[in-house]
Every structure is written in C-alpha cells, then in structure tokens.
Write a protein that binds this ligand. Structure first.
Ligand code: ADP
Ligand code: MG
Ligand code: ZN
Length: 463
C-alpha cells in the first residue's frame, strides 16, 4: 500500500520590538543573563502587565501580509502550567479569540492554509550543566507570535517551502529577523501518515526541539519513514509528542496523550481586551509592503530579468531595494543584476557603492570606456572606498584605448615581433590570433579595447 504524509506546523516567531510584551525591559539577544528583567517579567506577585502596542501592530501587519482576517476584538488568556522557565506559573496567551484568523502562505504552485495567528509572551531559557541548571529570564516576556498552519502539507519539501516563504514574508515586513540560531523562529511539526486515497487523517505526532530549517526537514523525513514502516507492520499510531535529536538524527517519545497538559485557560483579568479600530487597521494596512511573490513577478516584467535573478534578488529585501535604485539609473538592468548577484551577495553589509555608482560603472563598460577586466578592478576599489566609478577610472588612467590609430601602431609592433604566430595564422590556425591579441594588450598595458584589437589584427593579417 502507498502512504502519504500529512503535516501541519506551529511556528513561534519573536517580534522585533524594543521592549517586552508586558513590561518596559529591553529585548536584546546575547546580554549578560538576568540583566534585562523587572518584577513583571520575573513574575513577582502583585505586578500588573501593560500591553505593548507595537507587538500587537506587528502581529496585525503579519496577518495582513498573510491574508488573514483581523479580529476587531480579541482578548488575553492565562495558560496555566508549572515550570522553572515560567515563574508566574502561567503564560499570557490568546486562546479562543486570536488576533488573526485564516490566511495562507504561498509556495510555488500552491497555497498552504493558516489556521490562526495569536500573540503571547516568550518564556525564560533553561541551561543544563553537569550538576546544576540555570535559568536566564532575559528572554521571558519577549513578544512571541504563534502561527498555526492547517494540515495542508504533504511532503517534507512543502514544509521546507512553507517555512522559507513564511520567513521571507516576515523578514520583508520587518516583523522579525527570524534567525533560528538565536531562537527568533522556532517550529513544532505535527505529522501523520495515511494510505493514499483515504480521506481521514491518521493520529498526529508532534515533534519538538528542532533549531534549524534543515533540522525540521530531517526530522520530518525521519518521522514519515518511521510512521510508514510502522503502518506497514500493521501498528496503530497513538497521539504523542516526540523530541528530535539532531546529532543522532532520530525522534524519541517525550510524552503521550495521557500526559498531555490541561492548561485550564481562563481570561486574563489584568488586561483589557484588544479592540482594533477601523482607523488603526487602515493605518497598518497602508504599511503592508509588497509581498515577495508580487515583487518577483514585477522584477521579471519591469526589468526584463530571468526568474532566477528575480528570485535571488528578492530573497533579501535590502538587496532588492538596492537593485531597484541602481536599475532605475541604468539602461542595462540585467548587467546590474549580474554585478549584484556575483559581486555583492554575501558581502552586502560591507558594500560602500552607492546604487547609482553601480549604474555608472555599467554605463562605462557598455559605452566602451573600460573593459570588463578593468571594471573588476574599478569595482573592487569602489566597494572598498565608496568612490565613484568615473573618479576611479580617471584617477587610475584606466580609460580604454579605442583610438584605432594608436592600436594600429601596436598591432604592427606585435606582428613584426612574432613572425611565427603570423605564419601559423596564415597557414590556417585561426587561434594563433589570440596570442597576437595578447601581445597588443600587453603593449597597451591592458588598456586596449580587446574587441577593436581583434578586428584590427584580423584585417592586417588578411592583407
Ligand atoms: P492541538 O490542539 O493538539 O495543538 P491542533 O488541532 O491545534 O492540535 O493542531 C496543531 C497542529 O497540528 C496544526 O498545525 C494542525 O494543522 C496540525 N494537525 C492537526 N491534525 C493533524 C494530523 N492528523 N496530522 C498532521 N498534522 C495535524
Ligand atoms: Mg498545539
Ligand atoms: Zn521586565
């Protein structure tokens, strides 16, 4: 029998806000443990939470970018449990009335549904040492958005594409940096298998503890194989939560359904419900940036780029913005794309070249002022110093020699000095001309226009 997987993802995203969800503490990553704390995020008795409006705004913005319906009325609830990383013994979250409902993440050729997006507070981080454990409360209270997907994915690749596309949208909207290494994006994966053709879903297994997108991919691949093998042996799955061990490359049982938490949710009495006015919603809607999918399409149409270029450039919003500024000042947007893709990606943060200067460099090449080889040197200097293309070309005396008279003289010299190559060429060895061309380039100290040199030599050798 053939089996297929059914996958749904629960993604937690730390929002990029200055301060925490319910207090004024900073949200910086990597600070000395327990320095970004106060009575509110340490869960002291008697303190009162104050809602961070920017976090609500960024959650609504996320919802709008993902096509969700925005709830005009939502509320906060207490999710009760006992754990060292949660000293209040409850987490403030949203239960039955989340901020965003529905929506979808677009992957190539398919839309993967979103069930809901709600806002909550992150918990502290535990560290386990040889004989002791420690808790760092700097993370406690960081605004955390949970995005729950519909069980719409059928393969590991689709789950991978979902996460990649979701990250792209959230980063593009400035909602989060989504750096998994810093724990800014964390993902739990729910997976079940069923015989192909069967409508009903199988019992789902939830996998936790994956700290990279490739970890999610490997965990899902492992778990799908494990479940299919079990199904083929006639075993029934029971609903359980499993832990991914990245080093061993296996999942193992964490808890079964009987040990599932009962969180005893109830409305948070210390916070007012969130009421989203039409005016506020309209204001946030006006800040929705162009989505990656639309931007890729526009890049292909507006700049005549291949899809591949559009994909690479749009993948980073800052790179895409830079490209557009450079292309706006250029007659050759494809050449701009080539320079950005081959020379700027990966070291974009160190780039000192203003976008219009890149356009100027491309114009100098296209206008025959400098050769492609010279352009590489000019580019390197522009990159390091931020000086303009024209300035560097002048300073270095790099201007390409396209003066036919001057080149003729050099060609004569090369021909006179290399009778063997001349004879070879005339005897039918066409490639012998390349050696002569190289000699002329050398005589010109690399400044001759190579195309023109080729033409002049061919003409003289014919004679
Ligand atoms: P829970 O209440 O246990 O958290 P939910 O119904 O909220 O369960 O679903 C959590 C996640 O699991 C969602 O992303 C959902 O799409 C996914 N999911 C639900 N049922 C299945 C299933 N049978 N197989 C795979 N994923 C599932
Ligand atoms: Mg759940
Ligand atoms: Zn605090």
């Amino acid at each position: 029998m053939e089996y297929e997987a059914v996958i749904g993802l629960e993604v937690h995203v730390q929002l990029k806000t200055q301060s925490k969800m319910f207090c004024g503490c900073a949200t910086a990553f990597g600070a000395e443990p327990n320095t970004l704390v106060c009575p509110v995020c340490l869960g002291y008795p008697g303190v009162l939470p104050v809602m961070n409006e920017e976090a609500v705004r960024k959650t609504i913005l996320s919802g709008l970018m993902l096509g969700c319906e925005i709830a005009r009325f939502s509320k906060w609830d207490r999710k009760n449990y006992f754990y060292p990383d949660m000293p209040k013994n409850y987490q403030i979250s949203q239960y039955d009335l989340p901020l965003c409902i529905g929506g979808a993440v677009a992957i190539p050729g398919k839309k993967l549904g979103i069930t809901r997006i709600h806002l909550e507070e992150d918990v502290a981080k535990s560290f386990h040492y040889e004989t002791t454990s420690g808790v760092d409360f700097n993370r406690a209270g960081t605004p955390l958005m949970e995005i729950v997907s519909e069980p719409d994915m059928r393969t590991t690749e689709e789950a991978f594409a979902y996460l990649t596309a979701l990250k792209e949208v959230l980063i593009g909207g400035g909602v989060s940096d989504c750096d998994m290494e810093k724990g800014q994006l964390r993902c739990d994966a729910n997976v079940s298998v069923r015989p192909v053709g069967q409508k009903a879903f199988g019992e789902k297994i939830e996998i936790k503890n994956m700290n990279s997108i490739s970890g999610v991919r490997r965990a899902l691949a492992y778990e799908i194989q494990r479940q299919i093998a079990a199904a083929k042996r006639g075993e029934k799955m029971v609903q359980e939560t499993r832990r991914w061990d990245d080093e061993a490359g296996v999942t193992s049982v964490m808890r079964t359904k009987e040990h599932a938490h009962d969180y005893r949710y109830f409305p948070e009495p210390d916070l007012m419900p969130v009421v989203v006015s039409e005016a506020w919603l309209a204001e946030i809607r006006s800040a929705v940036p162009e989505l990656p999918e639309a931007k890729r399409k526009r890049f292909v149409e507006q700049y005549g780029l291949p899809e591949y270029d559009a994909e690479v450039l749009v993948a980073d919003a800052a790179v895409a913005a830079y490209y557009e500024q450079a292309a706006a000042g250029s007659k050759n947007p494809k050449a701009i794309s080539n320079w950005v893709m081959t020379e700027l990606l990966g070291k974009f943060a160190d780039n000192k070249i203003a976008p219009l200067q890149l356009a100027e460099l491309v114009a100098a090449i296209d206008g025959g002022q400098i050769s492609g080889k010279m352009a590489k040197d000019v580019f390197a200097e522009m990159f390091a110093t931020g000086k303009g293309a024209t300035v560097i070309i002048k300073e270095k005396g790099l201007v390409q020699v396209s003066d036919a008279g001057a080149l003729e003289v050099l060609a004569e010299q090369a021909i006179a000095a290399n009778p063997k190559s001349v004879a070879d060429y005339r005897a039918g060895n066409a490639s012998a001309i390349n050696f002569l061309k190289g000699q002329v380039m050398k005589l010109s100290k690399g400044k001759a226009n190579p195309q023109l040199v080729g033409e002049i030599l061919a003409r003289k050798l014919q004679a």
